[in-house]
Design a protein around this ligand. Sequence first.
Ligand code: NAD
Ligand code: MG
Length: 346
Amino acid sequence: MTESTASAHTPTVAVIGYGSQGRAHALNLRDSGFDVIVGLRPGGPTEQRATADGFAVVTPADAAASADIVAVLTPDMVQAKLYDEVLAPHMREGACLLFAHGFNVHYGRIAPRADLDVILVAPKGPGALVRREYEIGRGVPCIFAVEQDRSGQAEAFARTYAAGIGGARANVIRTSFKEETETDLFGEQAVLCGGASALVQAGYETLVEAGYQPEIAYYEVLHELKLIVDLFYEGGIGRMLEFISETAQYGDFVSGPRVIDADTKARMKAVLTDIQDGTFARNWIAEYEAGLPNYNRYRQADLDHPIEATGRRLRAQMQWLQDAQGTPDAAPDARTGTPQPQTEAA
Ligand code: NAD
Ligand code: MG
């Protein structure tokens, strides 16, 4: 690391991968005054998008060779091969290796070169939100961690990067690779993605099986959830209670614990145990390496659930959703299609 970059506030950053997080980080960092290089496989699926956004796209190897900070923002399952075959041989002596999720380092799939700083900056939100909040002058909170500090500047790099993507406008909290990895996996499995979608599907099925109209069931258990979550976001559960009726509050108090009870919590603890002892990671890696047979089946089952067709019909009547179609703002996760195991690292 040169003296100027070690002390400067604007190190050169190579963003490897231009998907959900990669695009948001690259755009925000550039707008914050960083020199940003985007590293992508030639002809890869997101190359055109990066070019259209005004980035000069180079190969991951060339990007890695010319940066002070290399941000690894490809899917987790390709990172180990990418690091071993492309990044490790090309990164500068003493450069900084940055992740947005600790999975590969925590579970020992990547053993970074001893001369590198190794840090984590994880925004607590999907990439589209990281970009949108930044554009309107706000930010998504970030957590950061330092795994290796060879330069003595690793924490400063993490804080500078978190500020550059807008996280410092909200909050930046120190964590460890272990804590970030385990809590992130737990959150998405038990509450945010797995828990929330299963709750919505079960609620919809319960109403429709009892003979109620699917459209009304959709509004009730999916559409209105946004309004509730907005209140959580603004002021916690207390704010939601202020805004709902006394009848809704009483129903919440007596029926919430009937649905999510001590057994549910015991199963949540089992989910956490699988994350902590590496069972989940082992299963996911095996699934990926087998060509995603179960993943594809589970995904198709979600897409085929009747609530999806009902929702498509009803959302077609909300013009503002049509106007926003296809923009990253409208699609919190702009990825479409199914990831496929990568046979080439770059
Ligand atoms: P993504 O799937 O949206 O994007 C992947 C990008 O990497 C694409 O540009 C793709 O073309 C490229 N890519 C794929 N294989 C590659 C290879 N072998 N070499 C070079 N480029 C390759 O990924 P994402 O969801 O943004 O996840 C990136 C990282 O951010 C992961 O570590 C993830 O855990 C973390 N993260 C994601 C989110 C989120 O909301 N999606 C939130 C926090 C952290
Ligand atoms: Mg997360």
